[in-house]
Design a protein around this ligand. Structure first.
Ligand code: CTP
Ligand code: MG
Length: 594
């Protein structure tokens, strides 16, 4: 049931939906016209048959004159041709309406899907930290598809059914008022049954949707983590979970079938009851000659056609509910605000020098769980600064903050003396080249993975960058070289190769600052030398900030900052820190004692 509040929200959602339909009002207008034509031709048919029966067939009798018979047959022929005409027009308008409608629906859907996807891509990282991937996939695919139902079946079947119902009632009442009233008297029974049914079935549908979303989440999460599952022999457990959700779904589907299996025969029963009543009452009238045979026939036909739109209206209600739920979900997704907001009038700079300042920065991903506590440091242009510290100390978080993936709660972050909130976000991210801790490769070619389709990165830039970071040699050895295919997530490359590719990707755009969040993965000595050499070459003439797990990466750093539980614990050159005999010295000795 819809309460007052629910109804209010529904009309709001409806209004918003209609805004998407509005640009296509001409198509919808055409569709409504075609539906009107369909309904009129369909409703005219029993009336034509009745006409033949009552006005012509009854006139025919065995002893009739040849001329009169021919005259009657001629008239019947004309009506039969008209009947054929209504069948053809009905067929034509049905076909046309279906075609126009689905084309329009799919066009609206395409726009909507693009809009949703576009919006999701614009959202800040914190959104993706908290929203399961499977839910997003469901919203962009299933939920938009549900909306299509709204535009195609709901909007038009509502119109079609209402027009049919009104048409049939009018015809029945004008043909014979009392017979008409009798048929109408059955309507409440049908309505009550349908009402009860749709309430039950709606709960079933809701449950189904919930389980389906669970299944989707399960699939997207576990398929992407397949290597972990197999490595830790979790197949059985994961399968059990999936199996359970799948069985739940089966159960709900069976429930749906069960209810439909009761509902349909119940409706059929009432319909038969109606026809029996009609025959009893109408038959009596026929004998008393108040009702003609043709009218009786027409009524039976109209009863059949009367039930269909009523039932269909009840089912439309379900579709509307499901479409409204989907739209609410889609709209709430579209209403998600970016947490990181771009300046309306950002500062434009030709090229950043690369001075980075953290000024009493406090940062938490959520609430007051401080990940960075009062962090301050200054990195001069062209310097090479390394961050070290135990896992979870907040190193990667600092890297995320420099390219403003998140906004800080207190303090400020400045680049070249300007608060990063005043830069254009895109310019900032272009100026800060980031090599992330987990390298993500997309399906495509090697070259595409380096240029990433950025218009300011040419093929030549990609090749130069690969040479600089020592990736050229292994790329040339791949079958197809730069055109070699990359599987989703780069599964066919080694960790070192992925690392080198991500270096090439980052320096190809010639950023003024470089952020390296070193992977913890162990890499063979040969590749390690290549990587080290690549880092030295990449860091030339640019500010470089590196999170280092291998001491070899930071040996030549201008400054090393040691992080501990979100705070800066120590700061200085390698030699200074070793002398201090603090955390760094412990880390250092741990690595060299291995
Ligand atoms: N964190 C979080 N939400 C995220 C990312 C991180 O709540 N989206 C939390 C982590 O749980 C951790 C803290 O932030 O407690 C710091 O994380 P991070 O900066 O990634 O730590 P690192 O120092 O980079 O650790 P590692 O050496 O393991 O990469
Ligand atoms: Mg990290």
């Amino acid at each position: 049931m819809i309460n007052k509040r629910g109804q209010l929200i529904n009309t709001k959602v409806m209004g918003r939906l209609l805004r998407y339909a509005y640009p296509h009002w001409r198509s919808f207008f055409l569709v409504f016209g075609l539906i009107l034509l369909m309904t009129i031709t369909s409703l005219a048919q029993p009336r034509l048959v009745q006409w033949i029966i009552d006005n012509h067939l009854v006139n025919l009798s065995p002893g009739m004159e040849e001329g009169a018979v021919r005259q009657e047959l001629f008239q019947i022929g004309i009506i039969a041709l008209t009947y054929l005409g209504t069948v053809l027009i009905n067929f034509g308008s049905n076909y046309a309406h279906f075609w126009v409608l689905n084309k329009t629906g799919q066009t609206i859907l395409l726009n909507l899907r693009q809009e949703v996807y576009d919006h999701v891509m614009s959202l800040s990282m914190s959104f993706f930290d908290t929203n399961p991937l499977g839910n997003l996939v469901t919203r962009i695919t299933n939920d938009t598809e549900n909306l299509n139902e709204m535009f195609t079946s709901v909007l038009t079947s509502l119109f079609q059914n209402i027009v049919s119902i009104i048409g049939i009632i009018l015809i029945m009442l004008t043909m014979n008022f009392r017979l008409g009233l009798m048929v109408l008297a059955l309507t409440p029974a049908i309505l009550i049954i349908s009402f009860v049914f749709r309430n039950i079935i709606q709960k079933v549908y809701e449950e189904q949707r919930r389980i389906l979303s669970k299944i989707n989440n399960h699939l997207s999460e576990n398929l992407s983590g397949m290597n972990v599952i197999q490595m830790f022999h979790q197949e059985e457990k994961v399968y059990q979970e999936f199996d359970k959700a799948d069985r739940d779904y089966l159960r709900e589907s069976q429930r749906e079938v069960k209810y439909f299996a009761t509902y349909r025969p119940a409706v059929e029963l009432i319909r038969s009851l109606g026809i029996a009543l009609l025959l009893w009452y109408g038959g009596g009238g026929f004998i008393r000659e108040t009702i003609t045979f043709g009218i009786l026939y027409a009524y039976i036909e109209y009863i059949q056609r009367f039930f269909h739109p009523i039932l269909s209206l009840a089912e439309t209600y379900n579709v509307i509910q499901s479409a409204l739920t989907s739209s609410r979900r889609i709209f709430s997704l579209m209403d998600e605000k970016r947490t990181v907001i771009n300046q309306t009038d950002p500062i434009q700079v030709d090229r950043l020098m690369g001075k980075v300042e953290f000024d009493h920065v406090w940062f938490a991903y959520k609430g007051e769980e401080w990940v960075l506590k009062d962090v301050s440091f200054i990195i001069e242009p062209g310097e090479f600064v390394a961050f070290v510290g135990s896992t979870g100390a907040g190193k990667s978080s600092i890297m995320h903050l420099i390219s403003r993936f998140y906004d800080i709660q207190r303090g400020s972050i400045r680049i070249d003396g300007i608060d990063i909130k005043n830069f254009d976000e895109q310019q900032l991210r272009q100026a800060v080249g980031v090599v992330q801790q987990d390298v993500f490769l997309f399906g495509g070619t090697v070259e595409e993975n380096i240029t990433l389709g950025r218009e300011y990165v040419s093929r030549d830039d990609a090749i130069q960058a690969s040479k600089l970071v020592n990736a050229e040699t292994f790329i040339r050895r791949l079958p197809g070289g730069y055109e070699a295919p990359v599987m989703e997530r780069g599964a066919t490359f080694s960790a070192g190769q992925r690392q080198l590719l991500s270096y090439a990707r980052t320096v190809a755009a010639d950023p003024s600052m470089l952020i390296l969040d070193e992977a913890t993965a162990n890499i063979d000595t040969e590749t390690e030398l290549l990587i080290q050499d690549a880092i030295i070459k990449m860091s030339r003439n640019r500010t470089t900030i590196a999170v280092a797990h291998r001491i070899s990466t930071i040996a030549d750093a201008d400054k090393i900052i040691v992080m501990h539980h979100g705070e800066i614990a120590e700061e200085g050159t390698k030699d200074q820190l070793l002398e201090q005999d603090g955390i760094f010295r412990v880390l250092y000795e741990l690595q060299f004692d291995r």
